[in-house]
Design a protein around this ligand. Structure first.
Ligand code: TXA
Ligand code: MG
Length: 344
């Protein structure tokens, strides 16, 4: 496999018909490819190939208990792969696919157990990104059945997710460069329950409000997290949402609220970076690096900018990154969730 992370970066090429074709051939041969999606870049393999999936776990240094999401080209392909699911899951797939929603559904027999980390469920999503969808379709043409790509975010396990092709540094044979990701945070992972409710296992690109708009506010609940032992016991936690995650190598501190920022700016001997929205009002002369994700406070814009800003801060040789929480609405919830998990 090309690319030892210590010595060489994976080969990166602009996504064109020819390079997407080459990527599909690599996937069909059991190799790994960096693939743009609207959320973050994924480390793609043929979802039906257990050995390729094993290589994905190895490339990311990902623990084997953390299942991969399977990406398909259309809603019809998803419901052909997984032949049943609660009625409410269809409502959600109609409303949000293609897009940043992953549905946890009963696992079909032809998806290898390594992909789902031995679970009897599989996370499925139809990405909205045209390059991802063309790649899945071309893989399908080569293997003679609808393509299915297993892809975690293409970062080393626990690290900051890639939202630019340049961020993809894990070993793989090719990275398709599709420019920056438009959503910028990972998909929302949900499981629809038999009682008609929807459990959110991971906050992400589809907001809680948007889900509530489709199934009703009373039917949406957030599960998992550090203190939700009951949900964990009921098998509802998402194995990948370990507490420390999305973390830069530089120490990051999440402030309790915006007002804490002026007092938190450390003395001048520490090189300090600040990450948040609408930071102008603070002056921030003592900060060595400032990443204002949205001067206007637009949380969709902020989500799209989040991980690239974390990558830049991490490269700025800082002693500490101060993260300022954003309003807990819309995509702000997913942003705060990532900031919380990245902090220590
Ligand atoms: O936006 C995304 O979802 C990106 C792009 C590449 O599609 N992918 C992504 O994958 O974020 P990953 O592997 O970094 O995160 C997948 C999350 C993990 O928290 C994992 O535990 C959870 O989805 N997950 C996957 N299958 C699951 C299942 N069957 N049950 C519960 N959680 C599952
Ligand atoms: Mg990830």
């Amino acid at each position: 496999m090309a690319g030892n992370p210590e010595t060489a970066l994976p080969r990166r090429v602009e996504a064109t018909d020819a390079s997407i074709d080459e990527a599909a051939a690599l996937l069909a041969a059991g190799r790994l490819v960096g693939m743009p999606t609207e959320t973050v870049y994924g480390l793609a393999c043929d979802a039906l190939n257990a050995e390729a999936a094993a290589a994905v776990f190895a490339s990311k240094d990902r623990p084997s208990f953390d299942p991969l999401i399977v990406h398909v080209a259309s809603e019809a392909d998803a419901w052909a792969l997984v032949d049943d699911g609660p009625a409410i899951a269809r409502q959600l797939s109609d409303a949000f696919w293609p897009g940043p929603l992953t549905l946890v559904l009963p696992k079909p027999a032809d998806i290898p157990g390594i992909v789902t980390a031995g679970l009897d469920t599989v996370g499925v999503r139809v990405p909205a990104h045209p390059i991802a969808r063309r790649l899945i379709a071309k893989l399908g043409e080569r293997i003679g059945r609808p393509g299915a790509i297993a892809a975690p975010s293409a970062n080393p396990f626990g690290g900051v997710s890639p939202t630019w092709a340049e961020h993809v540094r894990v070993p793989c044979d090719l990275v398709l460069d599709g420019g920056p990701c438009s959503t910028g945070v990972e998909s929302t992972v949900v499981r629809s329950m038999d009682d008609g409710t929807v459990a959110i296992l991971r906050l992400g690109g589809v907001s809680v409000e948007a889900l509530a708009g489709v199934v009703g506010e009373a039917n949406v609940r957030l599960v998992g997290g550090e203190h939700d032992d009951a949900s964990a016991a009921a098998g509802l936690a998402s194995p990948g949402t370990t507490l420390q995650h999305y973390a830069p190598r530089t120490a990051m501190r999440l402030l309790p609220n915006r007002h804490a920022l002026p007092d938190a700016l450390p003395n001048s001997s520490e090189r300090c970076g600040v990450l948040g929205v609408q930071l102008e009002q603070f002056g921030l002369r003592d900060a060595k690096a400032i990443e204002d994700l949205s001067p206007a406070g637009d949380l969709t814009q902020a989500a799209a900018a989040l991980f690239a800003a974390m990558h830049r801060l991490d490269a700025a040789d800082l002693d500490v990154i101060l993260a300022v929480p954003v309003p807990e609405v819309g995509l702000g919830r997913a942003i705060n969730d990532r900031l919380r998990r990245a902090s220590r």
